[in-house]
Design a protein around this ligand. Structure first.
Ligand SMILES: [Zn+2]
Length: 186
């Protein structure tokens, strides 16, 4: 069995996970290898494999909620996936950048953003990336997740009345009264 002296992850066989009781029971036991797990190693080497770019109004309006969501994804993933860790969160004012140790967490954050705030989600692999920070340990496994909170179109229509009429016409046409609606317009 291996244990991580830094983060207390345990690896009884092949898979690393967190079980504080197991750690407590075995960390001093004979034959147990006390090492640095891959997650802790990656943090030390600044070796992250996921990047999430976040943009949109949510940064101005619900940043607290956004950060909570990001950290919550890590919290949910981490017990069973010791590489699902946030390396850092960079606040660039009109953009937030999250680096994750593995791909999985970057994916999950992207999916959760889409689920919670809708918006546009675009996931690309390192090979497709044209811009970005070059690292000597660049890996094909890297993933870049782009999420942008898109504007709601209805809000752009000035005046509530116009919007309501348009919505009503749309509804009518959807209900099979499209002919009437078209004639009226002309
Ligand atoms: Zn560790």
């Amino acid at each position: 069995m291996k244990i991580c002296k830094v983060c207390h992850a345990v690896c009884p066989e092949k898979h690393w996970y967190y079980d504080e009781k197991l750690y407590e029971a075995y960390h001093d036991a004979k034959g147990v290898e006390s090492i640095e797990c891959e997650g802790c190693h990656r943090i030390k080497m600044k070796d992250f494999h996921g990047t999430v770019y976040i943009a949109g109004k949510v940064l101005k309006e619900k940043k607290d909620e956004l950060l909570r969501l990001i950290k919550n994804e890590e919290k949910m993933d981490l017990p069973t996936h010791t590489l699902s860790r946030i390396y850092d969160i960079i606040d660039e004012k009109d953009r937030v950048v999250v680096h994750t140790l593995n791909q999985r967490l970057a994916f999950n954050i992207g999916m959760q953003l889409k689920k919670t705030f809708r918006g546009k989600l675009h996931i690309l692999r390192e090979g497709e990336r044209k811009m970005g920070v070059m690292r000597h340990s660049s890996s094909k496994e890297d993933v870049v997740v782009n999420w942008v909170q898109t504007e709601v179109k209805e809000k752009k229509v000035p005046g509530g009345k116009t919007a309501t009429i348009k919505a009503a016409a749309k509804k009518a046409s959807a209900m099979g009264a499209s002919k009437k609606a078209t004639t009226k317009k002309k």
